[in-house]
Design a protein around this ligand. Sequence first.
Ligand SMILES: C[S@@+](CC[C@H](N)C(=O)[O-])C[C@H]1O[C@@H](n2cnc3c(N)ncnc32)[C@H](O)[C@@H]1O
Length: 273
Amino acid sequence: MMVASTACGTEGAVRNPPASARQSASSAPNSPLAALLADLSNLQIHEAFDFVSDTLSKVYIEWPELASQEAKTIALKRKVKKLRWSSLNIHDYKDNAIDFNKAYYPKNLSKCAVVASALQLLHSEVVYDVGGGAGPFGTMWKHYHPDSKVIVVDRSIEQESIGKKISSIIGINIDYEHGDASNYFTEEKTRGIRIFSYFLCEQMPEFASIRWDTLIGECGIFVDYGEVLGALRNIPKSFSVNYASASVKVPNSLVSFVGDKQLDVNVAVVQRR
Ligand SMILES: C[S@@+](CC[C@H](N)C(=O)[O-])C[C@H]1O[C@@H](n2cnc3c(N)ncnc32)[C@H](O)[C@@H]1O
């Protein structure tokens, strides 16, 4: 598939959206991005799941501890499900980065695979996976955009070391940098696509103080809970937001990996107007 050679900050950056694409984004419905996002519900999803299946098989063979779903992991999932924005700032990944990834890495990798495969026509030389944790989104982005340099930024050293181990097992070369997103993007404001998976949910208590102009870069791609993405309606009017969502049936062979028969994927793409 052809990859556009410029970044997503302008309409011209996304070329050749698939003819089959349906318009499903709720704002800027005629933009090329809206057409790409509509691809969340087309056949590329099968290709995405094949890649996830191969990737996770390799990881679980080399590192079986990551595959086991222990009681602690299930308890963590329940806790996260019950969270409300006011109490979302709970994660100190120091003690539970492994449990977090046991519970969420396969699921988040699958969701990010769907989004990264649908957005194959977006391109940037540099892509930052902000609050990337062990890097599921950055990993999938690199798979679909092998020419991009992908940098995972996270404040948790434990997440970084898990991500590096996974990357070395699957042979996808992404970089990890340790840092806090809130003061990370003070220079080169508009360089690079910024991707965020389940980062915004942890920022809700500080939502009003987020410096969007430095955070967004050429454009920002957010995968998160639907109600969390809804808060993007309140960001400065100098940005436009395209939303898409899909309920994806997980292939039977992957149900035990992913831990669910169905995945609800919600994505928002934020651009400067
Ligand atoms: C819910 S996890 C999601 C991790 C990963 N993106 C995924 O989809 O699996 C949120 C991550 O954001 C990181 N994080 C939260 N706030 C951050 C900040 N201000 N700067 C850098 N990392 C942050 C946490 O350490 C954690 O790894």
